[in-house]
Design a protein around this ligand. Structure first.
Ligand code: BGC
Length: 287
């Protein structure tokens, strides 16, 4: 394993440890929403490396989605790209129906698709509000519901996994940290937290495991402005005690483990993968 030291923005992919993937998900069928870039892309690739067949969902960016699916297939598992807007009920149902028809079932849902439409609260339009809530929160509801329906139908298959199915909701440190100028986004993530816990409680007796990952600042297209200049990067690091930006692979590895039977007793948990962002670093020398 190698660990590089804190990365300047000019040193892409710094920091994240490199480890050999293990086949902890062999034979499982995974769907990753928003998988053509950022955290979703890295997670889809990592699930494939861990032995899962992977559906790469996207809504725009067909070429990048096809490239992700092709990269996953090169590892010897099945993968295809599927265009669907996660906030559209019919499209979500069709996506799951195709997955069951082509791959047989769904074992893992990575509820990842998300977006930001930032605005000062007094300037935030209803369209800005709805755009974020409908993808980030309603989209996770629609996909989780279809996944859980399939898990209940199939039940546990011991040769595949000791759970009947796993949902991982991609949340954010902003399910806990209030974020001025991003009220729609923070509200969506706070909503994800209680949806996740409520359905985790409801379906745990069916051996369905539902958990969240709450990433901090990860180097992806959603937050380029926060890391792409040295000044922005320096100011971002004031919020990160571990003193490096997260890489998509930091989240991808966590997702593989959380989806695997190694994490079988995790139910209704949020794993903060944030370099300490939720430790209130402003209090280190203050308060
Ligand atoms: C947001 C990023 C932000 C990070 C830390 C994430 O959920 O999408 O834009 O950099 O939280 O604030």
């Amino acid at each position: 394993m190698t660990v590089n030291n804190p990365g300047a923005p000019t040193e892409p992919r710094s920091g994240a440890p490199v480890v050999e993937p293990r086949q902890v998900l062999r034979g499982q069928k995974a769907l990753v929403t928003g998988a053509n870039s950022g955290i979703g892309k890295a997670t889809a690739i990592a699930l494939g490396q861990a032995g899962a067949d992977v559906v790469v969902n996207y809504v725009t960016g067909e070429d990048s989605a096809e490239a992700v699916a092709e990269e996953i297939r090169r590892g010897g598992v099945r993968s295809y790209a599927h265009c669907a807007d996660v906030s559209n009920e019919d499209q979500v149902k069709a996506m799951f129906a195709r997955m069951v028809a082509e791959l047989g079932t769904v074992d893992i849902l990575i509820n990842n698709a998300g977006r930001q439409k930032d605005a000062r609260f007094v300037d935030m339009t209803l369209a800005d509000w709805n755009a974020v809530i409908s993808v980030n929160l309603t989209g996770q509801f629609l996909c989780a519901r279809e996944a859980v329906r399939e898990f209940l139908r199939r039940g546990v298959v011991p040769s595949v996994s000791c759970a009947a199915g796993k949902v991982i909701c991609m949340s954010s440190v902003h399910e806990r940290i209030p974020w001025g100028g991003h009220a729609n986004y923070a509200a969506s993530k706070g909503g994800i937290m209680m949806m996740m816990k409520s359905i985790a409680q409801e379906f745990a007796p069916h051996r369905i495991r539902i958990n969240s990952i709450a990433p901090g600042a990860i180097r992806t297209p959603i937050n380029t402005a926060a890391w792409s200049t040295p000044e922005a990067y320096r100011s971002l690091m004031m919020l990160v005690p571990y003193n490096r930006i997260g890489e998509p692979e930091d989240i991808a590895r966590t997702a593989v483990w959380l989806a695997s039977d190694e994490a079988d007793y995790l139910v209704g948990a949020t794993l903060f993968v944030d370099g300490g962002m939720t430790l209130y670093p402003g209090f280190t020398e203050n308060g």
